[in-house]
Design a protein around this ligand. Structure first.
Ligand code: NAP
Length: 298
């Protein structure tokens, strides 16, 4: 299933494959190619990166696949991010954010080079920067757009105000806000961001839909309670896999979420795709929501 992201003309697969853990998966280039081909067979054609993933290694590992199989490039969409600087003890560098024009331009050039591509489909500002100068970010965005290096722009982890501040200076539309949301983490429902996105007709990309695997942790009291509700819903709906139930819970929200699966196992990506046609009754949606809240709704 495809989605025209926020009606912008940018076409993504409704389920996106996240590449943050690519280094951890320890794939050979051939194995990584195989993973991509299987994802594409499942209809998952959009891949989410950031310059910093795998301590600045994941984009290059992915780029190696495009190097041996360049024909893949026009079958997929690439998202990447900029704005975070990771600490480096040897260089005595601390962890900080940089959303200056020069950093954005340099980081995109590095991403293009690492990914072995001449364009990025969607570039996101990775995290809100307390020193963000929207005018400067917009200058960088427009330069990248005019050069054809980046086709669409968005943000990640932004509040409504931060989104509005950047959008107010930008002549193009920010097409998404990539936010964390799962039954384990309701922050963006509780801070009203989901209502804001609905008002603006913006489809959010959803990171850590399974709370990075934490939702399956039997030693975590909060997870155990949520898991128990998920199991009840799974048996009531005859949906075997718990992760499929979680994806269905996200996809049944009217904001048109675009979940990013972070697993390196193709069977788990299949579980996400299997959620695409599930209609979850409102009462069962609330069963999961109330377990996530830790109490009934008032
Ligand atoms: P996730 O899908 O919530 O978590 C994936 C992790 O959960 C993997 O380690 C996976 O292990 C594990 N897992 C899945 N099913 C499991 C099960 N049944 N039992 C135990 N563990 C299980 O997503 P995520 O990786 O945290 O995030 C997804 C993507 O979002 C990332 O790749 C990245 O692209 C993006 N992201 C963005 C931001 C941002 O700030 N914008 C932040 C974080 C992530 P296996 O590989 O073994 O299945």
């Amino acid at each position: 299933m495809r989605i025209n992201v926020s009606n912008s003309g940018l076409e993504f697969s409704r389920i996106v494959q996240g590449m943050m853990r690519l280094k951890q998966w320890d794939f050979s280039t051939k194995e990584a190619e195989n993973f991509l081909l299987k994802a594409i067979d499942l209809g998952v054609t959009t891949f989410d990166h950031a310059d910093i993933y795998g301590n600045y290694t994941c984009e290059s590992l992915f780029g190696e696949v495009l190097k041996i199989n360049p024909s893949l490039r026009n079958k997929i969409q690439i998202v990447t991010k900029t704005g975070i600087i990771l600490p480096d003890k040897e260089k005595k560098r601390i962890h900080y954010y940089d959303t200056t024009k020069s950093h954005i331009l340099e980081s995109v050039d590095r991403s293009l080079n690492n990914l072995h591509t001449d364009h990025i489909d969607l570039l996101l500002i990775h995290r809100p920067d307390p020193l963000m100068d929207p005018t400067e970010i917009v200058e960088a965005f427009l330069e990248l757009y005019k050069q054809g290096k980046v086709l669409y722009f968005g943000v990640s982890n932004f509040t409504m105000q931060q989104f509005n501040t950047l959008q107010s200076k930008f002549s193009l539309s920010l097409v998404t806000n990539q936010i964390e949301l799962s039954p384990y983490n309701l922050d963006h429902i509780q801070n009203d961001n989901t209502y804001f996105l609905l008002e603006k007709n913006i489809n959010p990309m959803i990171w850590s839909p399974l709370a990075g695997g934490k939702i399956f942790d039997a030693s975590n009291e909060k997870s155990v309670k949520i898991l128990s509700a998920l199991k009840e819903v799974s048996s009531e709906m005859n949906v075997v896999e718990i992760d499929t139930v979680i994806y269905a819970w996200l996809l049944n929200h009217p904001m048109g979420a675009i979940p990013i699966s972070g697993s390196g196992k193709i069977e788990r990506l299949k579980n996400a795709v299997n959620a695409l046609n599930i209609k979850m009754p409102r009462e069962l949606w609330f069963k999961i929501y109330e377990a996530a809240l830790g109490h009934d709704v008032p």
